[in-house]
Design a protein around this ligand. Structure first.
Ligand code: FAD
Ligand code: UDP
Length: 404
């Protein structure tokens, strides 16, 4: 990977693509366009590093930590897993989470053991099914995040595990959030205590940043950091843009700001081998933070010390979570309609499509977008690097809303 300073105005050094954002969405497209289609790519990020929110680094004690909170890779897509496997060795890892409820640490997602431990019972799988059925408040229509949980496990468990956590995380009652948010957390009548059940669950052996260095290690890819794209879009020539930042920022908030939820991370390194029983402990009911994660479980690192992160939700700050609720979807749709009018800018990723996507989903989205881009350009370089005609005059930057 080469980091550059650019001072060029002539067409021969014009970039085929300016990619805004060096997270998974942008980096995957950079890799594909450079290595498969022979395109010249400039990928730019306003932060001082690549990797987007998955960025990890060794702290001053030599412990590998995730700067923007714990990132655990899981997917059902063999394509995504295999694709990323070209850039990292995988270390198998299945994440397990306990929730602090009624003075106990019990498995979340709620499973057979959760119910037995919480209520001092010895139910079997079929008995717990009946137990939950008897508690469930059946809903005709599942619309909100409250509906999803109450419909499955009833109000009492909803209040113990979901109501407080969700209020903290989103500053909204679950009844004000789309069903999709709490639907991320299943309920199980067996003893499976893994947080995810995806076919592929693994961590990049040497971390995400190393994976990104490998993704971007191509002579056709230049990386520019510490730069907002608006600072250079008029001075660095490029043909097309791929934008993975917040969509409302791209359009200068012309319809108003889209709400995003942010987090404050508090890191601590402790002079002990391990701190807690499992990778993450959730606190639905006490403390201002939602969860505590101990990185050594995720990274597999052996070290005499250990590092943990506390997540404190907040309204302002880096835009980490789109907030899934109807009025925000409406607002996003207005921006999306604007974006659809622009020919030579592609919008993709969690922020530009305002979707609560996991890593594998944005990778899949970028791989699909790559195919779409290539299929819409019949005369592009082939895999062997033999050039065919490309219409440079079509490479003007389309702009809307009076921006130059
Ligand atoms: P990002 O990673 O946000 O990258 C966008 C990049 O664009 C950023 O680096 C940003 O600096 C840059 N940018 C924005 N605006 C500009 C601009 N104007 N100019 C230049 N650069 C700009 N997913 C999982 O699968 N498993 C997990 O365990 C998991 N845990 C998570 C925990 C937290 C706390 C958070 C917030 C997310 C988690 N995710 C997890 C989701 C995961 O982070 C995202 O799916 C993924 O990182 C999205 O990639 P992206 O490239 O779309 O966006
Ligand atoms: N959630 C909850 N209690 C929990 C875990 C999750 O109420 O113990 C709800 C909460 O609304 C959270 C959502 O389910 O925001 C999704 O949880 P997940 O762990 O997937 O969140 P992420 O890792 O994306 O922050």
């Amino acid at each position: 990977m080469e980091t550059i300073l650019i001072n060029t105005q002539n067409n021969s050094s014009m970039f085929d693509y300016l990619i805004v954002g060096a997270g998974f969405s942008g980096a995957v497209l950079a890799e594909r366009l450079a290595s498969q289609a022979g395109k010249r790519v400039l990928i730019i990020d306003k932060r001082n590093h690549i990797g987007g929110n998955t960025y990890d680094h060794y702290n001053k004690d030599g412990l590998l930590v995730h700067k923007y909170g714990p990132h655990i890779f899981h997917t059902n897509s063999k394509d995504v897993y295999d694709y990323l496997g070209n850039f990292t060795t995988w270390r198998p890892y299945e994440h397990r989470v306990l929730a602090s409820v009624d003075g106990m640490l019990v498995p979340i997602p709620i499973n057979l053991n959760t119910i037995n431990e919480l209520y001092g019972l010895h139910l079997s799988s079929s008995e717990v099914e009946n137990f939950l059925q008897s508690k469930a408040e059946k809903k005709d229509r599942i619309v909100t995040s409250e509906d999803v949980v109450v419909n499955k496990v009833g109000r009492e468990l909803y209040e113990k595990f979901f109501k407080g956590y969700t209020k903290k995380q989103w500053d909204l009652d679950p009844s004000e959030l789309d069903a999709s948010v709490t639907a991320r957390i299943p309920t199980r009548n067996n003893r499976d205590d893994r947080y995810f059940t995806d076919t592929y669950q693994a961590m990049p052996l040497h971390g995400y940043t190393k994976l990104f260095e490998n993704l971007l290690d191509h002579p056709n890819i230049k990386v520019m950091l510490n730069t907002d794209y608006k600072e250079i879009e008029d001075s660095i020539p490029f043909k097309k843009m791929i934008y993975t930042g917040p969509i409302d920022y791209y359009f200068d908030y012309c319809y108003g700001k889209l709400p995003y939820r942010s987090l404050e991370f508090k890191f601590e390194t402790l002079e002990q081998d391990t701190f807690q029983r499992t990778g993450t402990i959730n606190f639905p009911n006490e403390h201002p933070y939602t969860r505590v994660t101990e990185f050594k479980y995720l990274t597999g690192q052996k070290h005499p010390k250990t590092s943990v992160v506390y997540e404190f939700p907040k309204a302002d700050g880096d835009p980490y979570y789109p907030v899934p609720r109807p009025e925000n979807a409406e607002l996003y749709k207005k921006y999306q309609m604007l974006s659809a009018e622009i020919d030579n800018v592609y919008f993709t990723g969690r922020l530009a499509t305002y979707k609560y996507y996991n890593m594998d989903q944005v990778v899949a989205q970028s791989l699909t977008m790559y195919k779409k881009i290539i299929s819409s350009q019949p005369n592009v370089q082939n895999h062997n690097g033999q050039k065919t005609a490309i219409n440079a005059t079509a490479a003007v930057k389309a702009r809307t809303l009076g921006r130059s």
